[in-house]
Design a protein around this ligand. Structure first.
Ligand SMILES: [Zn+2]
Ligand SMILES: [Zn+2]
Length: 164
């Protein structure tokens, strides 16, 4: 009998990975999930505002090495809560990549108290300063998503995913 299950952290990070697959930007696919009391309250991926062209179709709008068109996955998850009137205070965020400085400020100011991420992404030292000031932890989930989905003990036959 196979009793091993995904942990909550793995479960939410797999969701973030899945959500990143809806990204409309050519540059990087990022997904995020906001979680409160083990419930997903919001999700986001990087892409333009509603009604705007997708980078996938129109090409990225690059200035100073940033895509102007895109909101980041973390911004979209937080803004979805703003739009719907859901409190982000005390929630946790699961994001596929380490947040940029702009997202980090928003995450902390939105009262999010824990950050889980999978991939390092130009981890800016100012982010670590802000984390310290805010007494918030950023936890890197080790092993990579392929490993926790391909963990032989988790595969009971019904769950088979191919990565690239
Ligand atoms: Zn773009
Ligand atoms: Zn960002």
């Amino acid at each position: 009998m196979n009793e091993k299950r995904l942990t909550w952290d793995q479960y939410f990070m797999l969701n973030a990975h899945l959500i990143s697959m809806r990204s409309t930007c050519n540059r990087l696919n990022v997904g995020s999930v906001l979680v409160k009391n083990n419930r997903i309250i919001s999700t986001g991926y990087n892409g333009g505002i509603s009604g705007e062209d997708h980078c996938l179709d129109a090409g990225c709008y690059v200035e100073a090495n940033h895509c102007l068109r895109c909101l980041h996955a973390e911004e979209n998850a937080i803004l979805q809560c703003a739009l719907e009137g859901v409190s982000t205070r005390g929630s946790h965020i699961y994001v596929t990549h380490f947040p940029c400085v702009h997202c980090m400020k928003k995450i902390l100011q939105a009262g999010i108290t824990k950050i889980f991420y999978l991939e390092d992404y130009k981890n800016h030292e100012y982010c670590y300063h802000l984390l310290k000031v805010s007494n918030v932890e950023a936890i890197k989930m080790e092993g990579g998503i392929e490993n926790f989905i391909n963990d032989a003990d988790l595969l009971s036959g019904h769950l088979k995913w191919q990565f690239r």
